[in-house]
Write a protein that binds this ligand. Sequence first.
Ligand code: A3P
Length: 322
Amino acid sequence: MAENNHDAAEEGDNQLLSALPKKEGMWKPFFLYRGCWLTPRSVTSITLLQSQFAPRPDDVVLATFPKCGTTWLKALAFAVANRSRHPAGSGAHPLLTTHPQDLVPFLELPHRDVHPVAALDGLPSPRLLSTHMPAPLLPLSISALGCRVVYLCREPKDVFVSSWHYMNKVTADFSLDMDATFELFCEGFSLYGPLWDHVRGYWEQSVAEPDRVLFLKYDDMMADAGKHVKMLADFLRVPFTDEEVSGGAVEEVVAMCSFENLKSLPVNSSGVSDRIGGMPMENSSYFRAGKVGDWKTHLTEEMAKKLDCIVEEKLRGSGLTF
Ligand code: A3P
């Protein structure tokens, strides 16, 4: 983006941000933009995206609340969609040398470093894209054009624990107290929060338009990854053939994208990358425990009950439970 556009965007940001509710408690203040807590950079990126992004009917968007398994979903979707060119398990597979986060770009790229439209316009069709945006913040043209969305959610207590660990790695001189952060999470204050609004928004879309929005749960995927890989392939319109199934192609995708395998690869276990601008993170920070129910080793019974009650109440009537 030209420097004068930078300045204009920055000025616009400041005007917009100064009108939004602001809250401290994380590594930097967050702003409440249309019901969603965001960093200042995300507000800018999302507003730019809403006015400038040109979706294509064959785009597929992988949508997640942070720490719900985005990295895993990116790896699986990339492996499934590109398996005719890159068979899973082949010695030259891109997942062996590229972090899954970098194989599927986020829609809400930071405007300062990569102009979102220019960066995304250059990608060949069909595009696999990703986002942490809640459904109401997605550019309206995405649903109007019928772009498909894969949404992956996760048990909220595990999401909290995973995000607490992750956020403690954001900067060396910053640490979050678990109890205080938990209270904020219960108030709905977390990056892209409230969690329940995020999940409910995509859930309701998936109920209304099941052919356009595929709703997945991390715990179900952990219990039977093969079933979900097949489901994903059907949804991406690249179903596994009988020969592929009998030849073990599904299991190869599952094995290549497993937590243990991805975590062990040098590209994912070493080095630091600044993917979203101003927030360098260790590549390994996307692979921590990879377990269902890890909250049990971090939260008291009382904390667990409190969050369960809030989530139950917020999802009441939707048909969605955890
Ligand atoms: P934990 O912190 O509970 O281990 P995201 O990718 O949305 O940032 O989510 C990160 C969470 O997904 C982390 O959870 C991480 O360990 C887990 N994860 C990463 N890769 C995975 C994989 N291949 N299979 C299962 N879980 C994975």
